[in-house]
Ligand binder design. Structure first.
Ligand code: HEC
Length: 197
């Protein structure tokens, strides 16, 4: 891992404020506004760190080297932000590359809703959703934001992927479903959950 890449992601995670203290003991019906702000900031930090590391790796060694950023760094950055913010941030997609990024039932329903809202003309860059859910473990704040497919993504998620990249992806992800996307498609979504009790 090159030092510049490491420094970039540190910078982005450091830009996040400390997690606001929000416990159910404080109030029975938590105000969703600060939770939504925190979720949005966490997603923005995750997206910015990923993009900056991806761009740096693409410039340094093309998509073949950059696969390692997505493979190893994406989960590591998500884990770092989750720990710092006391929540869970991740990425999901129905057409996933890593089967560990498959959505659960409510996440799949929101992804379907995003597709419908996009078809109805909503701006993809602003597609988000939030909810306060009752779970067995208590109340849970849930937030999702759609991830658009940009030109930068097509070398690894597009319709024509260079043979060496395709081979490495097939080696790492034998069940890869995350190819054949076009610019402007919904590639998936960021998910934030925060347990409130
Ligand atoms: C250099 C190759 C490469 C590029 C470029 C790339 N990705 Fe990925 N992407 C991957 C790999 C590898 C994974 C699997 C990561 C893992 O194991 O969690 C992945 C996973 C994902 C996931 C998680 C869901 C899944 O399919 O497992 C999303 C969402 C995603 N990429 C979006 C994007 C977007 C948006 C862009 C462009 C901004 C992009 N990717 C560019 C290689 C790439």
């Amino acid at each position: 891992m090159n030092r510049k890449i490491q420094a970039n992601s540190l910078l982005f995670t450091c830009l996040l404020a400390a997690a606001p203290a929000l416990h159910a003991a404080d109030t029975a019906a938590p105000d969703p506004a600060p939770l939504a702000d925190q979720a949005k900031a966490s997603v923005a930090a995750f997206a910015a760190a990923l993009k900056s590391e991806l761009l740096a790796a693409m410039q340094a060694g093309g998509p073949l080297l950059a696969i390692d950023v997505c493979h190893a760094r994406a989960p590591a950055i998500a884990a770092e932000i989750s720990r710092q913010q006391e929540l869970q941030v991740s990425r999901v997609s129905q057409r996933n590359r890593n089967p560990g990024n498959a959505p659960n039932d409510w996440q799949a329903a929101v992804l379907d809703e995003f597709e419908a809202r996009r078809t109805a003309g909503e701006d993809l860059a602003a597609l988000s959703w939030q909810s306060l859910a009752e779970t067995d473990g208590g109340q849970e704040f849930r937030f999702m934001k759609a991830i658009p497919t940009a030109p930068l993504c097509l070398g690894c998620h597009g319709e024509s992927i260079a043979p060496p990249v395709r081979e490495k992806l097939a080696e790492l992800y034998p069940d890869d479903k995350a190819t054949g996307f076009r610019e402007g498609d919904i590639r998936g979504a960021f998910v934030v959950t925060r347990q409130l009790d």
